[in-house]
Design a protein around this ligand. Sequence first.
Ligand code: SIN
Ligand code: FE2
Length: 211
Amino acid sequence: MPDKVKDLSPNPGADLRLLPGLLDSHAQAGLIAAVRALVAEAPLYRPVMPRTGQPFSVRMTCAGDLGWVSDKEGGYRYQETHPVTGRPWPRLPDAILDIWRKVADFDGLPDCCLVNYYADSNAKMGLHQDRDEKDLSAPVVSISLGDTARFRIGTELRRGPTRSFKVSSGDVLVLEGAARLAFHGIDRIYPGTSTLLKDGGRINLTLRRAS
Ligand code: SIN
Ligand code: FE2
């Protein structure tokens, strides 16, 4: 008989912290107002993938000192200006910073808030790692608003095991510890599951410390 084989496969989503319903409807409406103001200054645009130039199915914008961008030649990176308007990103709204203050176990504030807009059921996000940040000891805080989505998380291995669950409006996820570099993405959204956004869809706010 061979020795019992030790299961070395890491646990998908280990250390991920899910805070369901952290934000009540009043807080969610306040965040939407803040997002509308920042989108008026820094419009949503559709980034394209490095090399292939294939467009993302989500639209994006950012707030903070640095914004995360992707394009054909430059690849994934942070930069100080909006790629379409060329202007600096709007400042990171206090209502959003307050959520980081509440949930992040970290001495310091985020300098980037990525806004992802999933307009309809065609919008999704493939499995990826958030790894363009300088200091990977800071967590990533992810806020869900609007329609419910299926969030998938794995391990630090691209082809490792994954698990998935639904995230609803007002839920907050903290990616820290082993989850900080875990592959994650959005399989799909469920249209018509929230009335927060008048035209439907889902907004995700991802807070990161980029520099
Ligand atoms: C992301 O990983 O950038 C977005 C995840 C989400 O939309 O919840
Ligand atoms: Fe991500």
